[in-house]
Design a protein around this ligand. Structure first.
Ligand code: XLS
Ligand code: NI
Ligand code: NI
Length: 441
């Protein structure tokens, strides 16, 4: 068996290089210049761009109204191990041609699930050995692994939150195997996205027991991995709905509460996804800020939603303003803790050329790079920071500073207000703030 594939899947496409804004080459970066230093770090290190195995290598475009449209040349082998190796070859060819350093996977993105747990585990062990070789020869690393505990019909009532203990245990076995795979590949983090951890109707749901069970389950997973020497970070990926009516990890604030309630705050942070934020009726910027405030801004799943509809469309990022607002939070909070920027995004069902996958990732990387440059310029050169400071200047000295330091009582506020009279009207200047972002875009 040849260990490393020698077949080229993306023929005619070489390594994607930075050529700058004036280049007309559709297969070149216009803004993402990996070695360019911005705010003290290279773009490569700021972002740690990752390819999502499930969308880019597995997703053929099926939707509730029709089957997949994409014919992937790496998906022709009937033997599951061979198909898995072909897919890995395509993945690593793509990642290295993009000049990215990372990838992310679910267990059964790597290889099809078998009929039994034991055979599934063996299949995963075999493809992990192969991936290990591919990582070593390419330098590509695993940003995070996760387990798909939502597609198989056995999880229709949830995984860790399932009302049947046998299913909870089965999910535990699957997570153990996925953790083993992640650790064998020196994955830097591990993600929990609770696909079906929620309810379809509260009428048949013991919410308290389900949530407590999830808390127990996450603690068990954490204890197991730590016991095996795993030093990476665990991430919860909030999402409010879809596929369930209500998911327990609804948004950043809800997830932070669970993390603290179940005593996971030393090991868990958040993986914030753009389209999940907007489904929760928040902005991406808001979710990042909530995570950063809690010291839990761990990683990002990059994509975008659609303003006209209400589901997880997972389009590639191309909204400069949305991403710039996000990069302001990103830069001010010191970046991501442990994670990176994973393109959890898919090309449209009718984008059927292999080169579309390149255009999509190039556009995503350029959007983040351009937004980072704008945000950095706004913070370094514009009046933005000064205006923001000015807005809170009343807490810098006098009674305001004492209040901020926790040194006043309610009666002190009473006395201050009695002497000061009616507070002056101070404008929030929102339009001016917005204009500054425009000016630097
Ligand atoms: C689905 C999620 C999923 C997670 C990983 O909406 O974004 O792709 O990132 O399970
Ligand atoms: Ni995601
Ligand atoms: Ni998603």
């Amino acid at each position: 068996m040849a260990l490393l594939g020698d077949k080229e899947y993306f023929k005619g496409i070489g390594e994607i290089k930075f050529e700058g804004k004036e280049s007309d080459n559709p297969l070149a970066y216009k803004f993402y210049d990996p070695e360019r230093v911005v705010a003290g770090k290279t773009m490569r290190d700021h972002f740690k761009f990752a390819v999502a195995y499930w969308h880019t290598l597995c997703g053929t475009g099926g939707d509730p109204f029709g089957p997949g449209t994409k014919v992937f040349p790496w998906s022709t082998a009937s033997d599951p191990d061979q198909a898995a190796r072909d897919k890995a070859d395509a993945a690593f060819e793509f990642i290295t041609k993009m000049g990215f350093d990372y990838y992310c996977f679910h267990d059964f993105d790597l290889v099809d699930e078998a009929d039994s747990l034991a055979e599934s585990e063996k299949r995963i062990e075999r493809i992990v050995a192969y991936l290990k070789e591919k990582q070593a020869s390419s330098g590509v690393k695993l940003l995070w692994g996760t387990s798909n505990c939502f597609s198989n019909p056995r999880y229709m009532n949830g995984a860790a939150s399932n009302p049947n203990f046998d299913v909870v245990a089965r999910a535990g076995a699957q997570v153990k195997i996925a953790l083993d795979a992640t650790m064998a590949l020196e994955g830097e983090n591990y993600v929990f996205w609770g696909g079906r951890e929620g309810y379809m109707s509260l009428l048949n749901t013991n919410m308290k027991l389900e949530q407590d069970n999830m808390g127990r389950f996450l603690n068990m997973a954490k204890d197991y991995a730590r016991g095996q020497g795993f030093q990476g970070t665990f991430f919860i990926e909030p999402k409010p709905m879809e596929p369930t009516k209500h998911q327990y990890d609804f948004d950043a604030a809800t997830s932070i509460n669970s993390i603290r309630e179940y005593g996971l705050q030393d090991d868990f942070k958040l993986n914030i996804e753009v389209n999940h934020a907007t489904l929760a009726q928040h902005t991406f910027q808001h979710e990042l800020q909530v995570a950063a405030n809690a010291g839990m801004l761990g990683s990002i799943d990059a994509n975008r939603g659609d303003y006209q509809n209400g589901w997880d469309t997972d389009q590639f990022p191309n909204n400069i303003l949305e991403t710039t607002e996000a990069m302001l939070v990103f830069l001010k909070s010191g970046g991501l803790q442990g994670g990176g920027i994973n393109f959890d995004a898919k090309t449209r069902r009718n984008s059927t050329d292999l080169e579309d996958i390149f255009h999509a990732h190039i556009g995503g990387a350029d959007t983040f790079a351009r937004a980072l440059l704008i945000a950095d310029a706004v913070l370094e050169h514009s009046a933005y920071e000064g205006l923001l400071q000015q807005r809170y200047a009343s807490f810098d000295n006098g009674k305001g500073a004492q209040f901020k330091a926790g040194k006043l009582r309610l009666v002190d506020l009473y006395e201050h207000a009695s002497k000061a009279g009616e507070p002056a009207q101070i404008s929030g200047k929102q339009e001016l703030f917005e204009n500054i972002l425009n000016q630097y875009s």
